[in-house]
Design a protein around this ligand. Structure first.
Ligand code: AMP
Length: 280
């Protein structure tokens, strides 16, 4: 069954109020569309634990610090709706821009600390845009559970903190990163890679896995970091924003792994910025 697509908040609230009245739990999966198996895995996780599942699709202008990135972001709404068909999603909320940012919108949700490093350092304002739209989507959908990918691990931690700090009664569930067969983390941005660039892309995940092995075998990050970055660049990437070992909760820098540590990377391939992270 193709899920209905709702575009305005009042229609969404009418539906969620009926579900609530019937005592049904609601799960939400916030996305920017161009859905792939990574997104679908979140929808399946929601389907498995919630009575009702809402997928939101909104390409949020506030989280793009680069106008070309926003312009080029893939938009494939009809395909998206088809992909959701087999999962049994109850509705797609694809709000018109004024349902999220009405005229005169003046509020910013900003999480300090966790947003200073990693993608926060290389994309100023990005996480304020994320925290603002996600807090609105939590309130608009009144969901009990929200499903986010570990692929965007820093985002997951920021969203958790935001919901806790603002007392939004929602459980934020983190789900594992889904990868292509060659190890590349699935991402809507992979669609922007030419065939030639796509063949070069997996070296990033390969190097991350090798670095994990080295760390587990006792190497210090400071001793192997430069060589790892050079391998990624030699493999065809043009620039590396970061390639770091960090704590998985506070996201503080580490030189050696400890419980919960993760390796984080962001790199540019032919004008496309790709990110990845793995648990050590
Ligand atoms: P996006 O549409 O890129 O904003 O992503 C929407 C949600 O899907 C976020 O919670 C992402 O972390 C998650 N996601 C994106 N790619 C993947 C992936 N490869 N595996 C698991 N979750 C993902």
């Amino acid at each position: 069954m193709i899920a209905p697509i709702l575009r305005d908040l009042s229609a969404l609230r009418t539906q969620t109020a009926a579900w609530r009245k019937a005592g049904e739990s609601i799960g939400v999966v916030p996305t920017m569309g161009a859905l792939h198996q990574g997104h679908l895995s979140l929808a399946r996780a929601a389907r498995a634990t919630c009575d009702r599942v809402i997928i939101t699709i909104f390409v949020n202008p506030k989280q793009f610090n680069n106008p070309d990135d926003l312009k080029n972001y893939p938009r494939t709404e009809e395909d998206d709706a088809r992909k959701l068909e087999s999962i049994g999603v109850d509705l797609v909320y694809a709000p018109d821009a004024d349902q999220i940012y009405p005229d005169g919108f003046a509020t910013n949700v900003s999480v300090s600390g966790l947003t200073d490093m990693l993608c926060g350092a290389s994309r100023p304002g990005h996480f304020d845009g994320v925290a603002t739209v996600v807090s609105k989507l939590f309130l608009q959908t009144s969901a009990d559970q929200a499903f986010f990918g570990e692929k965007d691990y820093q985002q997951l931690q920021i969203v958790r903190r935001m919901a806790r700090d603002l007392d939004i009664p929602i459980t934020v569930v983190g789900c594992p990163t889904i990868r292509e067969e060659d190890g590349l983390a699935m991402s809507s941005r992979n669609l922007l890679l030419s065939d030639r660039s796509r063949t070069k892309a997996p070296i990033f995940a390969e190097v991350m896995n090798d670095v994990r092995e080295q760390l587990i075998n006792g190497a210090a990050m400071s001793d192997i970091q430069d060589a790892a970055k050079e391998r990624i660049l030699a493999g065809g990437y043009n620039e590396i924003d970061y390639f770091e070992l960090r704590d998985g909760t506070a996201l503080s820098l580490l030189d050696r792994p400890k419980s919960g540590a993760r390796l984080f990377g962001a790199a540019w391939l032919a004008g496309v910025r790709l990110i990845d992270n793995i648990a050590i």
